[in-house]
Design a protein around this ligand. Sequence first.
Ligand SMILES: Cc1cc2nc3c(=O)[nH]c(=O)nc-3n(C[C@H](O)[C@H](O)[C@H](O)COP(=O)(O)OP(=O)(O)OC[C@H]3O[C@@H](n4cnc5c(N)ncnc54)[C@H](O)[C@@H]3O)c2cc1C
Length: 434
Amino acid sequence: MKKIVVIGAGHGGMQAAKVLAQGGFDVTVFEKSDIDHLSRDRWDTIETAVFDELDIPVPEGTFKDGCCSFVAPCSDKELVLDLPEEKRDWTADRRVLAAQLANAAIDAGAKFLFGKTVEKLIFDNTGVRGIVADGEEIYADLVIDASGVFSPFRASLPGRFGIEKQPDDDDVFYTWDAYMTSDPEEEYPEYYGFRMHLKYKGEKCVAWCVEESEDKCAAFIGKAGGMSKEEFDSLFAQLKKDYPFMGDEILRGGEFQNIPIRYPLSRMVADGYVAVGDSAFMTIPLIGCGVANSLRAGQILGEKIVEAGDVSLDTLWKYQVEYYQKIGAPCCLIDCIKRFLLNADNDELKYLFESDIITNKELSGILNGRFTFVSASKLINKIKSAHKIRGLFGGLFKAALNGVNAMRIAVSIPKEYNPLKVRQWQTKLENAMK
Ligand SMILES: Cc1cc2nc3c(=O)[nH]c(=O)nc-3n(C[C@H](O)[C@H](O)[C@H](O)COP(=O)(O)OP(=O)(O)OC[C@H]3O[C@@H](n4cnc5c(N)ncnc54)[C@H](O)[C@@H]3O)c2cc1C
């Protein structure tokens, strides 16, 4: 029986563990935390469709999101995404979901070793052959890396594997979020839902504060490229000014964490190694939602291996192909738009929001990676006409063109594993994303 080790009880790792154990593989998940402390002690938004799609029960206590809007930098203009309830995402307790995923994998036959920290990978001349955990060498036919955005395991892979070691600075949101008390003396704004400020304070930053209940609100600050203590303090003070109902006391959270905000790894597999979830940068660039994509990736990975009955590089490559074709390619376009938004001139962005060139529905669709709202060609035509009218948006036009080009390259990923063709495709994609 093939032996598979999963590093980290990340979402993709746990979903893959379940499918692989059901398929008769010997799977062990090594997780440094205990089962009650997996994931984040928060409620987060998760795409509704993924639960039905993967037959995952909606965790107890989950509710539908309120309406959501995006606020332009230096402007009060909001683009509101007010979807009918059936189309809104779920908001779920991350710990409840994570424990549920772990239990489902355990029921399927996967072994979980909680409180076990993996220290390093074991290599031979051709690939990865196992792990070292708490000083013990454990050999395996495949190591699944679900250990998160700054995976030290991915970073330790030899250059010849062709797998990127670390994300660039601007490819990671350095975040702080917490549940705060709210001040009963201060009134809540009349409209209320989830209101995301883009380029908050003109920085490469996203922030919000949401009323959660009468005595609690959720605050978030995320800045691309790093956030010093002084920068955080100044952004936090501004958030408190903008949302006077935000109290002073932290009820839960308040840690600094990281979210990848970029296109997926251009190469996520090697002999004996595969990355899934944040380790392979599987969030939606711009908004950083990654749970649904990680779960889908874990499912695809598990199914490809079970179908083939082996963990060869040919089989692992099929996982990357399906991920890119179904999920990864649009993330290349979103990444290009993200770069434009992070670096754009604030006046240009303000005009974009205030001119109605892009409608509420369309911008929200692009930000969320839901291309049912706006097709890539329609987007380019809109930007072209805006360009003609105002002589503006050179940057946005270029970003959208680059994004569509990158998306086309991404879907043309070689279907079979051929080292030369894979290398050529990877170089083409990386160049398009530069
Ligand atoms: C502030 C914030 C807000 C977010 N909001 C949302 C949201 O609203 N919606 C959404 O979909 N996503 C959101 N995300 C992103 C989401 O959390 C991730 O994309 C998602 O968890 C996928 O990551 P993962 O499962 O691959 O890895 P992680 O969730 O990072 O899990 C990695 C696991 O590996 C374990 N581990 C790490 N190193 C070792 C080691 N050496 N040995 C053993 N175990 C190890 C860790 O303990 C952890 O359990 C948010 C992230 C942050 C930080």
